[in-house]
Ligand binder design. Sequence first.
Ligand code: XMP
Length: 360
Amino acid sequence: MIEPKAFVEKAVAKLRSVEGRAVAAVSGGIDSTTAAILAYRALRERLTPVMIDTGFMRKGEVNSVSTALRPLIPIRVIDARKDFISQLYGKSDAEEKRKTFRELFYRKLGEVVKEVGATHLVQGTIAADWVETAGGIKTQHNVLLQLGLDPKELYGFSVVEPLVELYKDEVRAVARYLGVPEELVRRQPFPGPGLLVRVLGTISEEKLELCREANYLTENYLADLNFSQYFAVVFEAEGELRDGVKFYRVRATGVKGDNRVYGKIVSIGWNHKDLESVRQLVMKLSAGDVTHVMIKVAEGKGKYAIGIRAVTTDDFMTADFAKIPEERLMELGEALASIPQVGEVLYDVTSKPPATIELE
Ligand code: XMP
């Protein structure tokens, strides 16, 4: 564990050596917020902190985050929803979606960099991001240098990553030291590409809006349980039943050894709620090509499945699925199933490995 005071002094001194102007990309997550505050300490009016509204943020998030950050940094919101939506609707391959998102995201930042006459981009990449990308587990949207991409050539700026050696709990310690309000420090992580990675399969407006609503309900219902991360995903409920196990068409990511794999999502009936039998079933299925096992919690009349995902973890490199109390799970299931487009509500009971935390 690093010593926050010494870390901050060193990081600020290093950031001061950045010449000219810089732009900081802030999502409202603790990593990018901490990186931007450090940079603001070092550069003051030479820094332009921006939040890009991609259209894939959670309900009300752009407003609430920018309001919470204004006392700390002079954040500017850039509305890029049209660009993201027009390029991403209709796309279905998970890696292609991530890559398209990354390209649009950095192109947009490149425009801001040019507009304010900057040369550098400050971002909150942390160790876990590049460790997992380098391991081939997934292409994190914010990893450029480590993938051999040259941001200067591609987008016209050099990247500065003051937190690149830190893990999440260290970032939180630094944030507290910097006086970031506790509600931001404790915020659960939200992936850079946002709800994009929570709409499985083809992106459409209907699925995205359903995903936003399902995430809103799920976060509100589970907030007081203090899990490390909890959210909802949306996918088509079509699938095929084999020996009491439903295999869905859409695929989801998992990890095997050091590699990221695409596997099947399956669901089983509520009679499997005994955790030991679930554990054995997950082991058996994940030996094949299943990456996420879910239990059916509630049924509705629509065509989409909602997967409730909640995990506990220290470092996000491995994670246990969270044991949501049965009553709470049922209540949330019924609330989600009452949305007209929802056909089934499922509860993901897979740990990482063999699953990933997100499903894409
Ligand atoms: P996985 O799904 O790989 O997630 O087990 C580990 C942690 O990383 C977050 N995550 C991302 N964060 N950009 C980010 O900034 C991304 O592209 C991205 N993908 C996953 C995920 O929410 C979890 O906390």
